[in-house]
Design a protein around this ligand. Structure first.
Ligand code: GCU
Length: 614
């Protein structure tokens, strides 16, 4: 029974110790006492090592387990020990420390309680324009984050609207109380700020080179750190999707970021500047502007110009968290700038936490083109909300868990991570656990098959971003075109086309530029190809599109059978099955819409004579 309780820890958020402990090292002792009792183990000896910071070491001698660690390292050691015990594994050997010092969760929560791209209910800490939260839930969440080493939480939407500017002004005392609630778990707060905020205080400008503007931000930063001494920093979305920024004043993004960075630097704060800058009022008739080129074009000339405490936060792909994108060339090219890699746990384009989409295999794939040492920090858009299951789908917790693991160690093995999550979450017999993990491991590839083909992206319903709409973004202003006609589909991004491929280092440029070597999954991202183009296995492009869509649905049908065979506890079983029914309907809709779309355009029949609707 006790064991069961421990197993429910990560997804059903079993009892958290009340956050009476003031520091992570106090919390480590509480967690060890509670966790060991739940697992029927004796409590290890602990030693707080000042100066070890996030490091810990678990050792075994004279049949005694000893955990040594800094603050918060001791807490991470406690969780590592308890996780290993609950999973039936040996605790990690030797002194351990996280690969990335800053492991952020970016919450797109609005002060009115709504969550932008939130699929798990309303905000866990905002409601009605104020900070309101349930201390027990925040303690549970703190524990969840601390247990996987997430150490910074940006509390509000990067689109700072509707009075959210107040967070670093009159709402500061409330923010300080929230910071206190997260502190024992080693989680420090951050806030998104509005670049034009000085204008709301009677200043005639927000020009970053204006001394009064810089002084205004210094006073603000002083006030924030006076209220929350361990505050981690500010996040800024500037000149992006209609947010204000330095371009208004003819200044560069280095000038804008550095001005803010200097305000937070005396407090040891970070300034996280997002690189999501592109023309979002493009004319679809204009073939010369290619949105994926935007981040590199904007930031590469600024490489080396950012202050030391600036982190330039770059989305993993050059578009926007699509199912299949190549790595953003800015992440490869900018070697003199501290970069933060941004991923999205919120399943905006990847199934809304209805369809299964486990991300650890995708992050493992990313390191094939992005060496982990190219970035200095990681950030993930949160998938959390106030619903009973804080991640919408109970299995979507595997993405939060996995993110923590990959942020701690980017060389993590995705299968091992998912096995650990499954062991901690459900007491399933081994064969069933393997079936669950297999399903999660395949889930992204399956989703990819029944949605937009071969790196095309953007065939999703505009705005909501769930379900198919092959031309939904085709004549729009967002720079998101595939330009399918009766002969061909895709954008030529080679040197002869938009030239996007030239932003990559030579080896990758050559790989992607040649249809013989370009990974097939990215073929239509880089090339415009006729429907009778021969794929490497001899099939035509159009046949591959049809086949993938039929296969994707068949795989979801098999997943539904597997899911039904698992002895999951309630309410997870009912909830997962309910969502699987929705996924099945979604997959069939995608298959039929996409296949019909390409059949109507190309006039080519399915070689296997399967049903394509007219
Ligand atoms: C996407 C998403 C927006 C979000 C933006 C961002 O465009 O649809 O909701 O604000 O990304 O990352 O800033």
């Amino acid at each position: 029974m006790k064991r069961e309780k421990w197993r429910g820890w990560l997804t059903r958020f079993g009892e958290a110790p009340s956050a009476e402990a003031g520091s992570p090292s106090d919390m480590a002792l509480l967690e060890l006492a509670n966790g060991c009792a739940a697992l029927g183990l004796s409590v290890p000896e602990t030693r707080l090592c000042p100066g070890w910071g996030e490091d810990f070491e678990i050792s075994l001698s004279d049949c005694r387990v000893r955990i040594a660690g800094g603050d918060p390292g001791l807490l991470y050691g406690a969780y590592a020990y308890l996780t290993a015990m609950a999973c039936g594994e040996a605790p990690p050997a030797g002194r351990r420390h996280p690969y990335y010092p800053l492991r952020m969760l970016d919450c797109w929560d609005n002060l009115d309680g709504s969550v932008e791209r939130g699929y798990s209910g309303r905000s866990l800490w905002f409601e009605g324009g104020a900070l309101r939260w349930d201390p027990a839930r925040i303690a549970t969440l703190g524990r969840l984050l601390g247990s996987v080493g997430v150490n910074a939480l940006c509390v509000n939407n990067v689109n700072v609207r509707d009075g959210a500017q107040a967070l670093i002004e009159e709402l500061l005392p409330e923010l300080a109380r929230l910071a206190e609630a997260f502190r024992p778990f080693g989680v420090r707060l951050m806030a998104s700020v509005d670049f034009s905020q000085p204008l709301m205080h009677g200043l005639p400008t927000a020009d970053p080179l204006d001394p009064d503007v810089a002084a205004w931000w210094r006073v603000r930063a002083d006030a924030v750190w006076a209220a929350i001494p361990d505050f981690a920093g500010f996040v800024v979305k500037a000149d992006s999707e209609h947010r204000p920024g330095p371009f208004t004043y003819g200044r560069t993004h280095a000038e804008g970021a550095n001005m803010l960075a200097r305000a937070v630097a005396p407090h040891g704060g970070k300034l996280v500047w997002r690189a999501f800058v592109y023309d979002c009022a493009q004319d679809w008739r204009d073939h010369s502007t290619d949105r994926p080129k935007a981040a590199y074009d904007t930031y590469m000339p600024l490489d080396g110009q950012f202050d030391d405490n600036v982190l330039l936060q770059v989305k993993h792909g050059p578009y926007d968290f699509q199912v299949r994108e190549p790595v953003s060339p800015a992440l490869l090219g900018m070697r003199d700038t501290a970069l933060a890699l941004e991923v999205q746990l919120a399943q905006e384009y990847t199934g809304h936490q209805i369809d299964l989409y486990a991300m650890p295999p995708m992050w493992a794939e990313l390191r094939e083109t992005l060496p982990p040492e190219n970035v200095r920090a990681v950030a993930a858009v949160s998938n959390l909300g106030r619903d009973d299951c804080m991640t919408g789908h109970p299995f979507a917790a595997a993405n939060l868990f996995g993110y923590g693991r990959f942020a701690w160690d980017p060389m993590s093995d995705p299968r091992r991570v998912l096995v650990q999550w499954a062991k901690l979450t459900y007491a399933l017999p081994e064969a069933q656990r393997d079936a669950l993990v297999d399903m999660l491991m395949d889930s992204r590839a399956v989703y990819e098959k029944y949605t937009a083909p071969l790196g095309l992206n953007w065939m999703v319903r505009p705005g909501v971003h769930y379900g198919p709409s092959p031309e939904g973004y085709e004549y729009d202003l967002w720079g998101t075109y595939h330009r399918a006609d009766r002969n061909a589909v895709g954008i030529d991004r080679t040197a002869a086309g938009t030239g996007y491929v030239c932003q990559y280092p030579d080896a990758l440029r050559d790989l992607y530029a040649d249809t013989d070597t370009c990974p097939e999954k990215l073929l239509l991202f880089f090339h415009r190809l006729p429907y009778d183009f021969r794929m490497r296995d001899g099939r035509t492009l159009i046949q591959r599109i049809y086949d993938d869509h039929f296969e994707g649905v068949e795989q979801v049908e098999r997943m539904a059978e597997t899911l039904a065979s698992l002895d999951l506890p309630e309410p997870d079983r009912t909830e997962a099955l309910r969502r699987m029914d929705m996924q099945l309907a979604n997959a069939r809709e995608w298959r039929d819409v996409i296949n019909t779309y390409f059949h109507r355009l190309s006039g080519v029949e399915d070689a296997r004579g399967r049903k394509i609707y007219q």
